[in-house]
Design a protein around this ligand. Structure first.
Ligand SMILES: [Cu+2]
Length: 127
């Protein structure tokens, strides 16, 4: 002697419970410990040098170069994997490095200007 309207209600309630249940499970999945946030590192081009000349970062970090000199500089990877091209006074440029390992770079205009970046998952400096 089930009333058709009540059956409809029951289906709706069960549906709502399932929806909430699934939502709850999804919440649990999302609430994992957060991955360390990507960092931003600044390298100054100052007095014809990269400062700091060597830098250790984590994969996914951003490295920003800022030219503090009045002459133009570049940050050019030794094998040209990346190249800022000419940065004039106060210009900046950035790269995000994912691949682990050491990358060396120099300035096209002043080859004595050299720097290196180590991308490492574990051995990186954190403030
Ligand atoms: Cu230079």
């Amino acid at each position: 002697m089930s009333h058709p309207a009540c059956r409809k209600c029951a289906v709706l309630i069960v549906g709502a419970l399932l929806f909430i249940g699934v939502g709850g499970v999804l919440d649990l999945c999302v609430q994992q410990p957060p991955a360390p946030a990507a960092q931003r590192h600044v390298v100054e081009m100052l007095d014809f040098a990269f400062k700091p000349a060597s830098l250790t970062v984590a994969p996914g970090d951003t490295i920003v170069w800022i030219n503090r000199d009045i002459v133009p500089h570049t940050a050019t990877e030794n094998h040209e994997a990346w190249d800022s091209n000419t940065l004039h006074e106060a210009d900046s440029w950035y790269v995000v490095l994912q691949e682990q390992g050491r990358q060396s770079y120099y300035c096209r205009f002043h080859p004595a200007m050299q720097g290196s970046i180590v991308v490492s998952k574990t051995d990186h400096e954190r403030p």
